[in-house]
Design a protein around this ligand. Structure first.
Ligand code: SAM
Length: 287
C-alpha cells in the first residue's frame, strides 16, 4: 500500500537516510495523500497504461502510480535518492528507476521499448525551472503522448490556458494550445509540500490533440514567428519579426502577411490567436 503521503512518513525516510534536500534540484516533496490521490485520478491512469514519472523524489507519488498503472518508469536526477527509491518501491515489481537527467533521456526509444510505441501518460511534480523545456521537448520530439499531468507554479498554469489580451499570454500558451487541450485539475497550496515552497502550485493536465487544431505548413517556422513576436513584447509585430535573428523576411513581406490575415500594420503579436499565427506563417512559408 502507498504509505508515503504524510509528513511523518516522509520525515521518517528523510531521517533514516540522512537525506539533505537539494535546492538546485527543486526538491519539495508532496506530503498530502488527498492531493496524491487527486493527481492520479486526474491523470486517469488504468492498468493498461505505461506511465513515465519525472522526478520521483523519495517515491511518494510513484507508489500511487505503481498501484494504478501497468508499468512505471521513473527518471530521477539525484543519485542520493536512488537507494531510497529502492527501499520505498521494494514492494512493487512494475517499476523501473532511471538515474538520469530527464532532458538527456531518449524518451522515444523508451516508449518504443516499454509501450511498443503506444501513447504514454506522463506524470510529474518537477522543479519549475525545467517545466517548459520538458513539456516542449516531449511534444516536439514526436514521442507518442496521451497526456501530461504536471504540477506547475500557479501562474504558469494560467499562462498555459490563456489567450490574447492577458498579460500572461505568450509563446508557452500558444505551444501548449497547439499540441494539447490544457485544463487545470487542482490547486495545491504550499503547505502540501516538504519543505514548503514560496509559491502556490496547480496541477494542469495537457491532453494531446488527436487531430491538429490548426493547419500549419511548417511548424518550426510558426514557432519561430511566435517567439519573434513575443521576444519584443512592446514592439509591433512587424518590428518583432523584422528584428528576429531566426527569420529573414523583408518588411514588405511581413506587412503583406499581416494584411493577408486581415490585420493592421500597427498590430502587436500578443493580439494574435493561434489560428492567426498559423495563417500568418503559412503565408510567409516559401515551400
Ligand atoms: N515527485 C516527488 C513528490 O511529488 O514528492 C518529488 C517532487 S520534487 C518537486 C522534484 C523531483 O525532481 C526531485 O526529486 C528532483 O531531484 C527531481 N529532478 C529535478 N530535476 C530533474 C531532472 N532534470 N531530471 C530528473 N529528475 C529531476
Amino acid at each position: 500500500m502507498a504509505y508515503l503521503g504524510s509528513p511523518s512518513a516522509t520525515k521518517e525516510v528523510i531521517n533514516k537516510y540522512s537525506f539533505a534536500f537539494q535546492k538546485k534540484f527543486g526538491q519539495n516533496f508532496l506530503i498530502d495523500s488527498n492531493i496524491l490521490e487527486n493527481i492520479v485520478e486526474a491523470a486517469e491512469i488504468t492498468k493498461d497504461d505505461f506511465v513515465l514519472e519525472i522526478g520521483p523524489g523519495i517515491g511518494t507519488m510513484t507508489q500511487y502510480l505503481c498501484e494504478a498503472a501497468r508499468q512505471v518508469t521513473a527518471v530521477e536526477i539525484d543519485k542520493m535518492l536512488i537507494p531510497i527509491l529502492e527501499d520505498t518501491l521494494s514492494e512493487y515489481d512494475n517499476v523501473e528507476v532511471i538515474n538520469q537527467d530527464v532532458l538527456k533521456v531518449d524518451i522515444k526509444s523508451l516508449t518504443n521499448e516499454k509501450n511498443v510505441g503506444r501513447p504514454i501518460k506522463v506524470v510529474a511534480n518537477l522543479p519549475y525551472y525545467i517545466t517548459t523545456p520538458i513539456i516542449m521537448g516531449l511534444f516536439e520530439s514526436g514521442v507518442p503522448i496521451d497526456s501530461i499531468t504536471i504540477m506547475v507554479q500557479k501562474e504558469v498554469a494560467e499562462r498555459m490556458q490563456t489567450g490574447p489580451g492577458s498579460k500572461e499570454y505568450g509563446a508557452l500558451s500558444l505551444a501548449v494550445q497547439y499540441y494539447a487541450d490544457a485544463k487545470v485539475m487542482l490547486n495545491v497550496s504550499a503547505s502540501c509540500f516538504m519543505p514548503r515552497p514560496n509559491v502556490d502550485s496547480a496541477v494542469i493536465k495537457l491532453t494531446r490533440h488527436k487531430e491538429p487544431v490548426v493547419e500549419v505548413k511548417d511548424e518550426k517556422l510558426m514557432f519561430r514567428v511566435i517567439r519573434a513576436s513575443f521576444n519584443q513584447r512592446r514592439k509591433t509585430l512587424v518590428n518583432g519579426l523584422k528584428n528576429s535573428a531566426e527569420l529573414d523576411f523583408s518588411k514588405e513581406e511581413i506587412v503583406s502577411a499581416i494584411h493577408h490575415i486581415g490585420k493592421e500594420e500597427s498590430i502587436r503579436g500578443e493580439k494574435l490567436t493561434l489560428e492567426e499565427f498559423a495563417k500568418l506563417s503559412n503565408y510567409l512559408y516559401r515551400g
